[in-house]
Design a protein. Sequence first.
Length: 459
Amino acid sequence: MQPQSWQLTVPDDFRKPLANAWMQAAVIALLLSGVFVILIVASRTPGVSSLFPYENFFHLAIVAHVDFSVLVWFGAFSAILWTLASRPLAAIAGWGSLIVMAMGSLMLAIAPFQQGQAIMSNYVPVLDNALFLGGLAVFGLGLLISAMRSMVNPLPASGQPAEEGVMRFGVHTGVIALVLSFGALIWSFLAMPEYLFGPQYYEVLFWGGGHILQFAWVQFMLVAWLWLASSSGIRIPLSPRLVMAFLLAGVIPAFLAVWGYLYFEVGSPGHRTFFIWLMAAGGGLASGPIGLALLIGWWKSEPAKNMTESALRAGLIFSIALFGFGGALGFLITDSNTMVPAHYHGCIVAITLTFMMLALHLLPKFGFRSASLKMMLALPWIYGTGQFLHVIGLAFSGGHGVQRKTAGADQMLETIAQLGGMIVMGIGGLVAIIGGVLFLVAFGQAVLTRRRPVLAGAT
């Protein structure tokens, strides 16, 4: 059998340091999200809470934590992939977009220390103050410029080996979906009903584009799944042409989203329902068959040859399982309870774990030392187990009536089942945080220690 090469080449030109810079920016975003977790805890700690500038700092910091741990982290990491899948052109636009994104991220990080209202809108929670909204706009502009640079300068999807061409195709479809999400955001802004304001305004503003953005994140995750599988010695039982067909199916819902704007008024019940069903019907078109094929390939593969392959396989399997579990929970949603965050949390952390493992795998290709194999092997087991407990606790609590977006006494935990579910959720969250810290330590140790030379054109 011919060897498979489900990878993207790391070239020996400006794209290599640019992709590395995006990776550093992505990990810094994850680090900042962790810093805000510490601040969230401190803001509720007696004797320390008085040091914070505003009584609602707890809620302000939650918004920053969520946006850095999802929007900024996912966006910056995805930029690594589309940088590697682009031609070596428009270097100024590439570096300029990174600088713009960094400026926007800095504004987002400072914004919680300014007075404002925390609005927990779906997909993109916001702080209703000028610094945060300005930072969000600047960040989005930087990400859009980078994505557009890749879109107009793509490497061909028909390259050799065929597997790498399909990987590029998957990245290109993710970029297209991301750009479409920006278009939907602008459409919602321009068509916003005048009677909407405050939380309702932002909920409607990000509703359509937020759904489309999820299709983009999934496309990038699938590319990362294929990369991890190939690098861990798993033979993928699908032809490149069939994988390409699945990836195409995965991005079609992003194009169909335009009908939600053409046939329904923005903010109407029909507009909202359209995107719920679009996600339900299209969310698994690519991830389902590709994930299943990877599991079959893993089951039929020879045992891992070393600790690196074992670590990458564990990360891949945990990610597929979390994504499948989170997706399945989406069909059990009947009310606005904690079943909703259980659903999307399972999917989001699956993407996060995939990106974490790929980041550690890419370190030597960007000239850094390899991450600690012991940490790399422990990471998916600790983070994955913790997140499974977290999601199970949320789902169980939601099934017993615990409402979402509540905390403390507002949760009204009246039964043993409700209390038990939230305890499991909390324990899982704590274990997952330990896993996140382990990733940052492993990554930081590799980056801060002495670099070693890398052969040009490494893949």
